[in-house]
Design a protein. Sequence first.
Length: 377
Amino acid sequence: MDMLTLGSKLTTYRTNLRFSLKEVAKLSKLPVSTINDYETGKIQKPDFNKIEQLCKIYGVSLSILIASVEPVSTIHFRLSNFSLTENEEQRIEDLLTFIDDYENILELLGDQEDIYLHRTYPNNPSLNWFELGHRIAISERKYWGYIITQPVDLLPSIQNEGILVNFIELPESIDGFFYMSANSKTFWIFVNANKPGARKNFTLAHEYAHFLLDRDQKNYVCNINRPGSDPLESRANAVAARILVPRPALEDRVPKKVTPDKVIELCHVFGVSSDVINYRLIDEGFVSKRKGQELLQYDYNSNHLYRVHMDSINKKFDLPKLDLSFRSLNPVQEEFLVKVTKAYGDGKITFARALSYFRNEKMAEQLGVFPKKPEDL
């Protein structure tokens, strides 16, 4: 592999995560000069053990780093654990390849017009993440037609932005992820269908925060929850919490004395877990840190009313799962497939890509996206 290309990709991963050379050197235990030499292409015979150390910090596999010459898409994972197993990573790669093939078919069989005016929020160094999240919460709710003290029904609001939201069975360690196609026209949010309803709701908000703040990164980035060391994930968490539970909504509902029962009531109102409510109360100064720790340590799962509220949120998010299972072609489909391939005999479409389209037939049905078919088919 061209070392200049490798170095350029390493630099992109590092800078998109807002890491300095010194920070990466501390995490990887590699000299700053070595990291710099890899990024500038000075090292012609790479030590892949060292490169793999950098990959772990950047949240990208070595195989992904060296497999493609140019990164093509943007992706942000929300993970429960530090990393994925090899099988889990391959499963995600298969899904992304599947999506890319599907989008190629959409492009060939009928243009998909981008009719949405997407908003974006530039990174303002003068604002801390809490204040940034507060401003975004006010702006988004105003755009969606909600008053600032009103709980928001997040799923339809996001879908109305033209974002394809899907609930799908994912590895246990993955809560969800945001994906943007290489042409920046198609935006996807995938949420692990096996997670509790409150977790799904927060994951939706978290990935939507990536959509608002990080979609200008035209590369494959896997940001893992490393406490205190991943600024993009921490920022998305801060923004998500304020979209779901904005400061004025708490001011309107929180009494001077906050009890676990009040926390449980707020969980029901906003559709989030006790952790989200308690951290919001601490962040906004409604309770002291000492009182906040007491509330965090309360055993909410033993409270019947809390379990009832969580069950109601679970039911709300018990939505159809996206089925990406591969199916055999019946004779009619196979005949149609051959016609599709012949219709694009100039090489724009291959049998394999047409097959991918049919394997996505159920996906198209679930998403409500039906590409136009050539007139001669």
